[in-house]
Write a protein that binds this ligand. Structure first.
Ligand code: MOS
Length: 697
């Protein structure tokens, strides 16, 4: 008996607390006797630390200690080598955090960090990704566990025989996650137990990592992440801030607050690897693809292999009898790349959806029609029918809303004063997965139902969505539901990542609520009178036994840009996305996720770029003044819509996840629009003035 809560545009439950400043983030909890940690980055790319001179720092009033490899508490080997901090005098990349100053004030900690003197022995380094780097190799798999290469048919023969061929290399630079709240932690040890308030995308994995590294039982570690100011993947697992804070708190035997600085986010917490992607497409004269090949190159660190699944997008997006995808990676003296919104799909779609636009022009077919013509009936990779696939519906609905029908495909055909105007389109897809989760729900005599689940709301609206799902599953008005999330003491439920949060958590919530209703079946009014009644559920078995099917969300991205013929400046006039993502739980928060992803795509296309200086082996732009991110004034009109989609093969809530689909294809739509406006095809992002200016004369 649904109460109609799912599908309604409720405001965020914690909205008032957030805008009034009472919602507490990781370093905002009042803590007695608290101290402050400030991390010190390595100033060389590669080498050995030969000396730490901490005398001046220690002499500063307020400074309690300086931790480094020579004196820090010992850690068990970390599941991720990047986290094995302050354990050895080795520098693997510039900016690696190699010391922590702890002081009674944040100012003293910062000044102390400035006073630490470090000497190094250094060696030659390699930090630039090139297509012919001698260190390129074929990894055993790509993230998270996809095959490295795939092949079907005979690409080379199919390509050679086709009347229309496209062969281009597309490049994307390093991109850096910049959540508003940086990685931040308050750590407290008491009687051998560790309590951390930490900014992350999932408390339980952080708890597990800390327990392993500090060699304490898992239940001796509690991780609280009640409110999180963004993550985009960079907070998917434990990162440097929480390890350093816990080390420092143990050393000084007082609570420690440690926040990474904005500059320290550019590397130590991961970033989207630069990519070099060669895409070859062949088609018949009607635009039907006969051969597709996508070869992707990316980088990883000397610490760990992390291979972005860049070409995976191409495996299932469009059909052709002859297909091949490959990934190669090289270990450089750089920080380990990590997740950033739609890892793999996002850079991969930029390349493939740009190449599709180039193919549309080569065969003289409208780019919307070209995609419709190549929409596969079954998953080209698995050969199975999709649980649902509504790319074509998204393209048609998007074209209608955007006013695509009258488009003159000729580049430079539209002009308004000194502005050239162009439009572009791209497809989008992102896997719709779910992982196992637990949840518990308690009926109280006061008629309130308390839902407990270790979900994380990183700003997405997940808390509100689960509250709506619970209300419907319990058959009560949402006002009678309370929810607690973001704490490793709650039933474990997996991270907010991979666009899996709402799908996975809702599943467990619905099962727990059904179990509770069963328990209360004979209770009048469904409310216990003497004491609480609790039901718990785990979806582990159900998720494991779910049929293996290709499940994806889809989208169509449309962009209109104008380009200044005097300066080459690109302005985003309007952007429209239409998505097919299963059931939408909350239209307000869903729209925010979708236009947020699209805005990150604008940022990827036009603004963001990690500019590497090989002499220093580091990005020279590592703050918000020099690393440009799209702001409100850069987004003139942006809209997201979704089609009504019922998919019974997903999960009980029928949701596909919307955190990542919004960024996929967005950069390609803009690059395609820029080509339409100017006739210039930019194949290396971002699209900057100097790449367009030569053609403006
Ligand atoms: Mo997202 S990159 O899966 O946190």
């Amino acid at each position: 008996m649904s109460t109609g809560a799912v599908g309604r545009a409720y405001p965020r439950l914690e909205g008032r607390e957030k805008v009034t400043g009472t919602a507490r983030y990781a370093v905002e909890y009042p803590v007695d006797d608290v101290t402050y940690g400030w991390a010190v980055p390595a100033a060389v790319v590669r080498g050995r630390i030969t000396r730490f001179d901490t005398a001046a720092a220690l002499a500063l009033p307020g400074v309690l200690d300086v931790l480094h490899h020579g004196n820090a508490p010992r850690l068990a080997p970390a599941p991720e080598p990047e986290l094995w901090l302050l354990q050895e005098p080795v520098v693997h990349y510039r900016g690696q955090l190699i010391a922590v100053v702890v002081a009674t004030s944040i100012e003293a900690a910062r000044e102390g960090a400035r006073l630490v003197r470090i000497d190094y022995d250094t060696g030659a380094h390699s930090t630039v990704l090139t297509a012919d780097h001698p260190g390129l190799y074929r990894p055993d798999h790509v993230n998270p566990s996809y095959p490295t290469d795939t092949a079907e048919g005979d690409f080379d023969a199919g390509y050679a025989a086709a009347p229309v061929r496209i062969d281009h290399v597309y490049r994307t630079p390093a991109y850096h996650n910049n959540p508003m709240e940086p990685h931040a932690t308050t750590a407290q040890w008491r009687d051998g137990r560790l309590l951390v308030h930490d900014s992350n995308q999932g408390a339980a994995p952080v708890q597990a990592t800390l327990a392993e590294m500090f060699e304490v039982p898992r239940d001796a570690v509690r991780v609280v992440a009640e409110h999180v100011g963004g993550g985009f993947g960079s907070k998917g697992y434990a990162k440097a801030a929480v390890v350093l804070a816990a080390l420092a708190a143990r050393q000084v035997d007082r609570p420690v607050r440690l926040t990474l600085t904005r500059q320290q986010l550019f590397g130590p917490v991961g970033y989207r690897t630069p990519t070099i992607q060669r895409v070859r497409l062949a088609a018949d004269a009607d635009g039907r693809l006969t051969a597709i090949c996508h070869d992707a190159i990316s980088q990883t660190s000397t610490l760990r292999e992390f291979t972005e699944q860049t070409a995976v997008y191409t495996r299932s997006m469009y059909a052709a009898p002859h297909r091949r995808t490959t990934h190669r990676v090289v270990r450089l003296d750089v920080p380990t790349p990590f997740w950033m919104r739609a890892p793999g799909e996002c850079p991969g779609a930029y390349a493939l959806e740009s190449a599709m636009d180039e193919l549309a022009i080569a065969v003289g077919i409208d780019p919307v029609e070209l995609r419709i013509r190549n929409d596969p009936a079954v998953d080209p990779d698995l050969g199975q029918p999709f649980s649902s696939r509504n790319l074509v519906a998204c393209l048609r609905e998007g074209a209608r809303r955007f006013g695509w029908a009258d488009r003159d495909p000729t580049p430079r055909a539209r002009r308004d004063g000194r502005w050239l105007i162009g439009t572009g389109v791209a497809g989008a897809s992102y896997p719709a997965r779910a992982r196992a989760a637990d949840a518990a729900v308690t009926a109280r005599p006061d008629g309130v139902f308390l839902l407990r689940i270790d979900a994380t709301d990183i700003g997405t609206g997940a808390r509100t969505a689960l509250w709506q799902v619970a209300a419907d599953a319990l058959g009560v008005p949402p006002e009678r539901v309370e929810i607690r999330i973001g704490d490793s003491d709650l039933p474990p439920a997996g991270i907010a990542g991979g666009s899996m949060g709402t799908a996975s958590w809702s599943w467990a919530v619905i099962r727990a609520c059904a179990a509770l209703r069963e328990k209360l079946r004979n209770v009048p009014g469904g409310v216990p009178t003497d004491g609480e009644v609790t039901a718990e559920a785990s979806t582990a078995d159900e998720v494991r036994e779910q049929a293996q099917l290709p499940r994806y969300a889809y989208g169509a991205q449309f962009a209109e840009v104008r380009v200044d013929t005097d300066t080459g400046e690109v302005r985003m006039t309007r952007m429209l996305g239409v998505f097919a993502a299963g059931r939408v739980v909350n239209p307000t928060t869903a729209r925010s996720q979708l236009i947020g992803g699209m805005t990150m795509g604008i940022s990827m296309a036009l603004h963001e770029e990690g500019v590497l200086d090989e002499r220093y082996g580091d990005w020279v732009n590592h703050d918000l003044a020099t690393y440009h991110i799209t702001g409100c004034a850069d987004v003139e009109r942006i809209d997201a819509y979704w089609i009504d989609e019922q998919d019974a093969e997903l999960n009980p809530a029928g949701v596909k996840g919307i955190g990542e689909i919004g960024i996929v294809g967005a950069a390609a739509a803009i690059a395609n629009a820029v080509h339409h406006a100017t006739g210039v095809r930019v194949r290396d992002l971002p699209i900057r003035l100097e790449k367009l200016l030569p053609a403006m004369a």
